[in-house]
Design a protein around this ligand. Structure first.
Ligand code: MLT
Length: 205
């Protein structure tokens, strides 16, 4: 019988420091399970890294859920894929004795991390959302007290309007999460600023 864990190609890189929460690495469109491993190592040396590959293909490019157009999500698919990812995560936690992870998502991966926070509150210890958008037109009500969230947006991001990332931060804050939002003078791509800020934020957890 196939299990949730078999539905996601993934890498699990055991850490050397059991005191650190594991990182759940969620890549952007066209990435794969190896993409964010170097970033994970830079921001949390010694942490266990769990990195699944998105199971949806868009013109051959892996993603975590379907979209109808750029920035327009297939919300039914997003709900289903979010729950699949949650099942995978629970199974990996049980099998490998992993603590609640901190998600580190970029772009499409940050969007499903935001969806995980809202649909599966309590599953993640926290989340660093790099270039994320509000995932639902009508986001589900969630209680996120005790969950830490870092939102790093780019003021020159052509994909995520500044108001959208501000709204995402407000939704998560209203849900009770401890949200740090920084708007960086950047576009959609990541930079050393993202690395440094994410590393510093992780050290505060
Ligand atoms: C998405 O589809 O999740 C966002 O538009 C980000 C992207 O993958 O380009």
């Amino acid at each position: 019988m196939s299990t949730a864990a078999t539905t996601f190609v993934h890498r699990l890189e055991p850490g050397t420091d059991a005191a650190l929460p594991p990182l759940l690495l969620l890549h952007g469109t066209g990435g794969d399970e190896s993409d964010l491993i170097p970033l994970g190592r830079m921001v949390a040396p010694g942490a266990t890294l769990l990195s699944p590959r998105g199971a949806v293909l868009e013109n051959g490019m892996p993603r975590f859920f379907r979209r109808l157009a750029e920035g327009v999500f297939d919300e039914e698919d997003l709900r289903r894929r979010t729950d699949d990812l949650a099942a995978f995560l629970r199974e990996m936690q049980a099998r490998h004795g992993l603590a609640a992870p901190v998600a580190l998502g970029f772009s499409n991966g940050a969007n499903i991390a935001a969806s995980l926070l809202l649909r599966q509150p309590g599953l993640l210890r926290g989340a660093a959302l790099l270039r994320a958008m509000v995932p639902y037109a009508d986001p589900p009500a969630a209680r996120l007290d005790g969950t830490a969230v870092l939102v790093l947006s780019g003021t020159a991001d052509p994909i995520v309007p500044a108001a959208n990332s501000g709204r995402l931060a407000a939704i998560l804050r209203d849900a009770g999460a401890a949200v740090t939002h920084q708007a960086l003078p950047l576009g959609h791509g990541l930079s050393q600023m993202d690395v440094a800020l994410t590393r510093d934020w992780l050290q505060t957890l």
